[in-house]
Design a protein around this ligand. Structure first.
Ligand SMILES: Cc1ncc(COP(=O)(O)O)c(C=O)c1O
Length: 346
């Protein structure tokens, strides 16, 4: 198979979507005989996967998503990559996969960014280099048990600014599906959770909503996640609330915004949030790496629409939180110790 690699001149950095582009380099490491290989850069976008791999049959596949940000001085930042390194290990533990070492994970990210540095979009465009670490069970396994071999990879692809204009609120809807079971794999970033979310997402889009509000899988009463993002609501008395549940993905953006909310004088709290208690909120949003924050204009539950701050305008707290976090990621403002990691480019 011939692979046509992307060139930096192929891209209009101000008009990028969220799509795969075949960049020159990705990082791969292989687990065999109880240990990981040293790992290194490879050029082919095609993986060697055995036909009886657990990654193909039994869902032993986990992944991460984070971005590399171009700074004003031309350097490049990663944002809290240690959190992704720890999270993919927890995902591996839940799916009985070999853990990839955390230090090697961060080094792999740096190697991929450095090797593809001409594809990190310019400062000021809002575009970034998206990094996709993942790990799959490989080798021949027929019965339902964990693989003896794994492939770990990090690929990169340039992605556009999520908001081309300002932050725009969107509408969400509840439905009767679950993305993860109570006691299941919701806390892991496991491929199967995303397969389970495709049909509910499609039905929500077809009904005119931007995504689904998942409720807790046991009672269907408390808010869990918004599509593939965590939820926050800011109460009229200045509390920044986000759901606490064993079946949601612990979002790096969520933990960062909990800290920033506190810095701004809001009172942060992870707690149970009933879908019947939305009146307490002045503003609401969805949090994740892709958009940082998507303001939630409304949630429709059992046919009844609840509007938060506005269906067309972003609320003042949401805007402030977004501005502060993106300024830290871009290197425009210093953030808490250790959040921003410089990528050596030489
Ligand atoms: C299900 C789900 N929830 C939340 C998030 C947000 O997590 P993060 O802020 O780490 O991107 C993601 C994205 O990774 C996700 O897939």
């Amino acid at each position: 198979m011939t692979e046509k690699k992307a060139q930096p001149s192929d891209f209009d950095w101000n008009d990028l979507g969220f799509e795969y582009h075949d960049l020159p380099y990705r990082y791969r490491a292989y687990y065999k005989d109880g240990k990981w290989s040293a790992g290194g850069l490879e050029t082919s976008s095609t993986l060697p996967i055995h036909e009886a791999a657990t990654g193909l049959h039994y869902g032993q596949n986990i992944f991460e998503g984070l971005k590399a940000y171009r700074r004003k001085d031309g350097g490049v930042n990663l944002f809290r990559p240690d959190m992704n390194a720890a999270r993919i290990q927890r995902s591996a533990d839940r799916l009985l996969m070999a853990e990839f070492p955390q230090e090697q994970f961060v080094e792999a990210l740096k190697e991929v960014v450095k090797a593809n540095q001409d594809f990190v979009p310019p400062y000021g465009t809002g575009a970034t280099l998206y990094l996709r670490p993942f790990q799959v069970g490989n080798g021949p396994v027929v019965g339902v048990h964990p693989a003896d071999e794994y492939v770990f990879e990090v690929y990169a692809t340039p992605v556009g600014a999520y908001y081309k204009g300002g932050l725009t609120p969107t509408a969400y809807v509840t439905n009767s599906y679950d993305r993860a079971a109570h006691g299941g794999t919701g806390q892991a970033k496991a491929g199967g959770n995303y397969a389970a979310s495709m049909l509910p997402g499609k039905e929500a889009h077809e009904a005119g909503y931007s995504d689904v509000v998942y409720l807790d899988p046991r009672l269907h009463e408390n808010i869990e996640e918004l599509g593939s993002a965590n939820f926050f609501g800011i109460t009229k008395d200045g509390r920044f609330l986000t759901p606490k549940s064993p079946s949601i993905l612990p979002s790096v953006t969520k933990y960062s915004l909990l800290a920033i909310a506190e810095e701004m004088g809001l009172q942060p709290e992870e707690t149970t949030i009933s879908i019947n208690d939305l009146d307490q909120f002045a503003e609401a949003g969805a949090m994740g790496t892709a958009a940082v924050i998507s303001p939630v204009g409304s949630i429709t539950h059992n046919g009844k629409k609840h509007v938060f701050y506005s269906e067309t305008e972003v609320g003042p707290w949401t805007q402030k939180l977004y501005d502060r976090l993106t300024a830290i990621q871009n290197g425009d403002q210093p953030g808490p110790e250790g959040w921003v990691v410089d990528v050596p480019l030489q």
